[in-house]
Design a protein around this ligand. Sequence first.
Ligand SMILES: [Zn+2]
Length: 359
Amino acid sequence: MLLNRCKGCGAPKVVKIFGRWNPDGTITAKAYNDVLRVAFVEYGEINGLIDGISTRIGYPIHRIVAEGERKANRSSTDELLSAGGGLLRLLGRSFIGAPFTIRITRDIAMGLGHGKPELIEHRRGKMIRMRMREPYSVPLAAGDLWGTYEAHFIMTASATWEEEGDSATITVEKQQSGMVWEDPTRLALKKMPTMPGDVAYERCPRCGVPVQVTAAMSWDTDRGVISNRVTGRREVLVIVETVNAVIRELTWELGEDIPKMVCEIEQDYVSGVLGGELPKPSAWEYSALLAGIGLFGQGNPIDVTREAGLLTVRIDNPFCEPLLAGKVAGYYQALEGVRAEVSWTPSTAGFTIIQAWPA
Ligand SMILES: [Zn+2]
């Protein structure tokens, strides 16, 4: 039902139910009472980051990524189930494990482009085993199921997963009742300050989703895969606060170099995928490249200057500063044809200033 298409624009209904496109460059998660944000990121970006950090530090970080995702999901799901609002009211604690809630959860995951979940085995409140076909990321999908299941049944569980071709089997098993929070201050999802904005979208008259979104993205609702029609690459909708929580978790576990590493890997990814005939660098061209990020829920670029080789960009409501800095540096590298250095300011007041210059 949630994957049925809007007759106006063709977007699956779950997109409208899940997301709200705001004039400030954010997409908020209606399904989560609008307290959390969502954003489109590329499948290649997510997996490139996990593999890239693993390579740089010399061992796989998948377990830490899954742990970070688990904690963030457990935290947000617990908070929202306790508040009892939004779409999650339907998925309230007493209903979890009922066939229709499993169906809703499956449809949401597929609408977000997370792949296709199939329930293999479920012993209510004790153990769940799911197969995820074409998962958007194996450790993130494992962390999603792990944390959500713990919050629904107020328990602490263990998780294991196995990859097989293009699918993964994830098993979550109860260890003890009650959620054990190792360090509660570490788990809190940061509420993000927001600046007002005036980004206008032409919206589908039936469902209200911006027509630019359905023009840019195509949903394969049988597979749970979203493709960008312009780039041809796979896209995924992720919870913004969760992305930042995972980066914080990696920073705590692996050191202060992580945000810089995230930025550099993103920089190389973005400059690598920008192919073909590139325009001559100018403030106007950089503005044009950044103009679409609000549609993807990544923030609102409000000022771009380029003087004597120094590119300065202000982005209000940035979804993730190191990823956006990496994107700006990647554009710089591609257009200027030189390796870029980049800096960014933390978005404590709701905006970041990113600067790029020749290395
Ligand atoms: Zn529509």
